[in-house]
Design a protein around this ligand. Structure first.
Ligand code: BTN
Length: 245
């Protein structure tokens, strides 16, 4: 993939800018980076606090050629790339909490938000990646559950090096996703990097239901299987999952 990196000082959200770029015809590989976001978005309508220089705020335009049912796997593809980047560059030991939170010793260091948009060139997927570089002005409830590259390595990360590695790793895992047998291979690669893939006691909070049980692998579309105490297997398509231990 050819990457074109567009850098901005301030944006509402790099995802919003990337959606607009895609609608204006941007090719796959156009990346948007901002030093700060004034309205950074997280999953489920949450805010992603995006102080200047405190994080990498990165979004990429994709025009994937895969079966529609496998589109959710793009998020897992990105999570694999982020985990490999943190491990390769900083020797960290990342875990992936289903479906796309990257954790270091149980604390969140990175989140991923994928969005789809229709364009004249067909559907585009925008993958937004936020990585905490240093501790910013998080409110106490977030500070307690978040970490950053600086906090974990006691070193100031080089942003250009981080972006170079992230795009290289993303290119690698995205090629795998689009190759023959790509979807099961991405599931496999995600699963070996995630303690949440199987055997983890979790509580999943869905729109109108709470499920507790033990994780039991992923479906081919990336949905999480949770075996409840009664032995029933629930398929979690979307929602928040918390470890119970
Ligand atoms: C989450 O964990 O809830 C997802 C967080 C995604 C944050 C990134 S930062 C870059 C991109 N732009 C946004 O507005 N959100 C994503």
């Amino acid at each position: 993939m050819n990457f074109t990196i567009l850098r901005f000082d301030t944006l509402e959200s790099t995802n919003t800018e990337a959606v607009n770029q895609a609608r204006r015809g941007a090719d796959e590989g156009v990346c948007v980076i901002a030093a700060r976001q004034t309205a950074g978005r997280g999953r489920h309508g949450r805010t992603w606090i995006s102080d200047e220089g405190a994080g990498l705020y990165f979004s990429i335009v994709l025009r994937p050629v895969i079966e529609k049912r496998f589109l959710p796997l793009i998020t897992l593809t990105a999570a694999v790339a982020v985990a490999d980047t943190l491990r390769g560059l900083y020797d960290l030991k990342p875990d992936i909490k289903w479906v796309n939170d990257i954790l270091i010793k149980g604390k969140k260091i990175s989140g991923i938000l994928a969005e789809m948009t229709e364009t004249e060139k067909g559907a585009a997927v925008i993958v937004g990646i936020g990585i905490n570089l240093r501790h910013s002005n998080f409110p106490p409830e977030i500070a307690a559950i978040a970490t950053s590259i600086e906090a974990e390595t006691l070193q100031t990360p080089d942003l250009n090096e981080l972006v170079r590695n992230l795009t290289r790793n993303f290119d690698r895992s995205y090629r795998i996703l689009q190759s023959a047998n790509g979807p099961p291979e991405i599931i496999r690669q995600w699963s070996v990097r995630s303690s949440y893939a199987s055997g983890k006691a979790v509580r999943a909070t869905l729109a109108n239901e709470m499920v507790t049980g033990v994780t039991d692998g992923l479906e081919e579309t990336g949905a999480l299987r949770v075996k409840t105490d009664s032995g029933e297997v629930k398929i979690i398509q979307t929602g928040d999952v918390e470890s119970l231990r």
